[in-house]
Design a protein around this ligand. Sequence first.
Ligand SMILES: [Zn+2]
Length: 324
Amino acid sequence: MRGSTLRQQRKQCVICGREGEFEAVESFQFNDIQGAFIRCPSCQVQVAEPSLYSCDTYSHFYGSNALLRWTADCPSGEFGHRAWRLLYPAHRSVVAFIDGFPRDTSVLDLGCGAGWLLGVLKARGFLNVRGLEIVASVAAIVQSKGIPVVVEDVVEMLSSSSLSEGFRPDIVVLSELLEHLPDPVAVLRAVRTQLKPRLVLATTPSRDRWAVRMKVRPLGDYPPGHIWRWTKQGLLLAFERAGYTEVTVRPTKPDGREIWLQLLNLATAGGKRGNSGGRISDFLVRNVDFTVPVAGVILQPLALVLRLMRMEGRSLWISARAEM
Ligand SMILES: [Zn+2]
């Protein structure tokens, strides 16, 4: 699709399986490649064409930023406690959910990124945790905190089953992963059949979050970053088509700390500006133990106004039963 953007095309939806006329809703450009987000007329989920899914572009996008440098510098003994500050409400809900299980429950975080969620779980006594991460330099940071991480593409790992040979997870977490995958239903199905967990928990940015309603969309929300824009209905269909039962999709509510973390991510993101940040964002990140709670309190009135306007928070989080 280089150099051209289709306005409408007939195709089968990867998510809901129905065929229909997909409409181009927004164009994007990455280097010399021009593409568009197209929308399924049935489940309303939007997908980017072309998707530009590759390890190289991920390393460029996610390989270095101020929050990763903070993670690398954080002493291992304090990591889990301090990383809690950086979790969005959806991720805190995932932690709270897992907290209800015995401490010997094994957890695999597919696409674990900087390892904050695994660090928090480990600090709460879950010692049987493991991550999978596509960017080697990011995985090395997490490994330096004493958390085992396999460096591999999730799609390749699931087709080779290299991870499942020595580790059987009770719970698989897909934290901010579903918006990146070319075929999310195939991956969800492979997670269920290859890894055989009891439960899958997932988080993803919501297409209906307040920031998007107000036309604020970060660079990471375009390829080669996010290629899917999920709806609740789309997630429900994706999990059910992949064979899951008891699927629940929950939105979060606007929250002062969540607003601040989105601003912090905008200020520190990599992407076109490389290792962006500057002194102010470096200061804010270095002092997250102080800046996140204070900014959260200051921004809480704005969050309450957004709630009164019936706006939704940043993320959707999903729980689904995987075992038959
Ligand atoms: Zn669809």
